[in-house]
Design a protein around this ligand. Structure first.
Ligand code: FAD
Ligand code: SF4
Length: 556
């Protein structure tokens, strides 16, 4: 269920909040934003307030059931599924029996996938040479490539010569969510145990610090962090090898970087946020196979980014369009969502959409660091693949084929070692620094959405199908609840209100006087991970919510 942004302060909510405030006041250093000496507790998640020190958890059975597998994979995107499929293909070919389990936080495989997507098919063809006979959803070969530099009123066409990164000859325009869903079916047919709706919440370690596997998330925890009567502990999945394929800015990968110092010899990773919509357009304007990219307007010359507009051939006049903004932007008043809405009004874009209907919306962060930002990929008991470590070809803006290829290579090397029986552990940059203080920047006046071509945030999030169990602790956890007001609001004018593409963060007036508090509308989160990357105080830690929660994309 969507939470109506800013209008959330209904009396019931206020009462509830007032009670919580009384119980949970924390000390606060005074700022011009808050007149009180305390801030309400916002974060109730057990990763910040451990349950073993919480009286409400006394006597609750915390034992977990454990399963043993040969390989456990976290994340059913192109990378995780390619690894799973290749492992089982090799097992079949060499008549070996290996148990491969794959967990995915989306309720359905593909429902959290969001991409462009123009696919370079080479890794996919390596995995499924007979994909045409098998009916894989690659329906739209690229027939036309366009690239332009936009000024406010004009478009300067740029020729795309063979060999340039933007040349898409031989590629396919796909709905990556559908392709991933098809790959999930292939994986299951090969004997992979696929578990959608299960988020890996914790990395498990052996006594020698090697990775032992993962634990899926607990369910049945109240918003205030207390157990419900329906509380159930997650499941432990132990494995000889655990593959982390969480996609860009994986939350378990972040822990692994620290634990094994994996980023010691690489550049910091940098990121962009990609926002996307699907439209059914007037059939007369539909050019199946056309790929169109732009750079320039509405972004200024200090802000990196650009757009894509792909015409799909899926039996109806469908286009996928999106806008990417580099998260190293400096002006805290910038809203990637509103830049995207503004871009659609350009004279070279708007005519394609006029008379059409928007049918879907979503957002996701993507890596922009390139090859030099890839960390060490392996550590005792596990490894990283896909966009989690950053296998993204930045000049081509393509990561699906490199994600697949990294999954294939990981599977081949794991299979050799597993069947050679020598694989066992002994016992068994970043973007957030870039924002300038608000006082040094000019607020951006965005035009009002017209409801035809451009839209507001709430109606957009409604099209992402996002849903979370309402009564659970917010999975957007704050290391320090006072920082959003004390630092982010006072120095940067609360940039989380603008960089979140789902309106999760709002500064609302304090109930008991002047000043503000941060309200987190966690139910609206589309799992793009932008806040974890862009928060100038690095105070937000995105953790997995109850499995199955999040967007319900259909072929994004
Ligand atoms: C707007 C945009 C446009 C793009 N355009 C293109 C393009 O045109 N061509 C191209 O090749 N690439 C494109 N990319 C990049 C491409 O989408 C990625 O490179 C690719 O999806 C990476 O695959 P992956 O499997 O590593 O990660 P993902 O596709 O992100 O998959 C990771 C999966 O892991 C799941 N997961 C994460 N954490 C957990 C957890 N803890 N427990 C359980 N499950 C978890 C997620 O729900 C997700 O399903 C684009 C990306 C964006 C955002
Ligand atoms: S809360 Fe964070 S992860 Fe969720 S939609 Fe907003 S920016 Fe993205």
């Amino acid at each position: 269920m969507l939470v109506p942004l800013a209008k959330l302060s209904c009396p019931a909510y206020q009462c509830f909040h007032a009670l919580k405030i009384k119980k949970n006041y924390l000390p606060l250093c005074g700022t011009r934003w808050s007149s009180t000496s305390v801030v309400p507790r916002i974060t109730t998640h057990y990763t910040i307030y451990p349950r073993d020190k919480d009286k409400r958890w006394e006597g609750v059975n915390m034992e977990r059931f454990a399963e043993e597998a040969d390989v456990v994979i976290v994340g059913a995107g192109p990378a995780g599924l390619s690894a799973a499929v290749r492992l089982k293909q090799l097992a079949t070919k060499h008549e070996k029996d290996i148990r491969v389990c794959l967990v995915e936080k989306a309720a359905q495989i593909g429902a959290h996938t969001l991409s462009g997507a123009c696919l370079d098919p080479r890794a996919f063809e390596e995995l499924f040479p007979d994909w045409k006979e098998k009916g894989a959803p690659l329906n739209t070969p690229v027939t036309e490539d366009r690239f332009g530099i936009l000024t406010e009123k004009y478009r300067i066409p740029v020729p795309i010569l063979p060999g340039l990164p933007m040349n898409n000859h031989g590629n396919y325009i796909v709905r990556l969510g559908h392709l991933v869903s098809w790959m999930g079916e292939q994986a299951e047919a090969l004997g992979v145990e696929v578990y959608p709706g299960y988020a890996a919440a914790e990395v498990l370690f052996h006594e020698d610090s090697s990775v032992k596997g993962i634990a899926t998330n607990d369910v049945g925890i109240q918003k205030d962090g207390a157990p419900k009567t329906t509380f159930e502990r997650g499941l432990e999945l132990h494995a000889k090898v655990t593959i982390f394929a969480e996609g860009c800015h994986g939350h378990l990968a972040k822990q692994l970087y620290k634990k094994f110092d994996l980023r010691a010899n690489c550049d910091p990773q940098t990121y962009g946020i990609g926002l996307k919509e699907l439209w059914i357009i007037d059939e007369k304007k539909w050019k199946p196979g056309r790929v169109d990219h732009t750079v320039g307007w509405p972004l200024d010359r200090h802000t990196y980014g650009g757009s894509f507009l792909y015409h799909l051939n899926e039996g109806e006049p469908l286009v996928a369009l999106g806008f990417v903004v580099g998260l190293d932007y400096q002006n805290p008043y910038l809203s990637p969502f509103r830049e995207f809405q503004r871009w659609k009004h350009h004279p070279s874009i708007q005519p394609t959409l006029e008379g059409g209907k928007r049918i879907a919306y979503g957002a996701r962060a993507l890596n922009e660091g390139g090859f030099q930002s890839i960390p060490k990929l392996t550590f005792p008991g596990g490894l990283l693949i896909g966009c989690s470590p950053g296998f993204m070809n930045v000049p081509k803006i393509k990561g699906s084929h490199t994600a697949m290829k990294s999954g294939i290579l990981a599977a081949e090397s794991i299979f050799n070692q597993l069947t050679g029986e020598n694989l066992q552990s002994k016992t068994i940059g970043s973007d957030s620094d870039q924002l300038k203080p608000a006082k040094d920047c000019t607020p951006i006046e965005y035009p009002k959405p017209d409801g035809q071509i451009s839209f507001d945030l709430l109606s957009s999030v409604a099209l992402s199908g996002t849903n979370h169990e309402h009564d659970q602790p917010a999975h957007l956890t704050l290391k320090d609840d006072s920082i959003p007001v004390n630092r982010n609001l006072s120095i940067y004018d609360g940039p989380e209100q603008r960089f979140c593409p789902a309106g999760v963060y709002e500064f609302v007036p304090l109930e008991q006087g002047d000043g503000f508090r941060l309200q987190i509308n966690a139910q609206n989160c589309v799992h793009c991970k932008t806040c974890d990357i862009k928060d100038p105080s690095q105070n937000i830690n995105w953790v997995v919510p109850e499995g199955g929660g999040g967007p319900a994309y259909n072929g994004m």
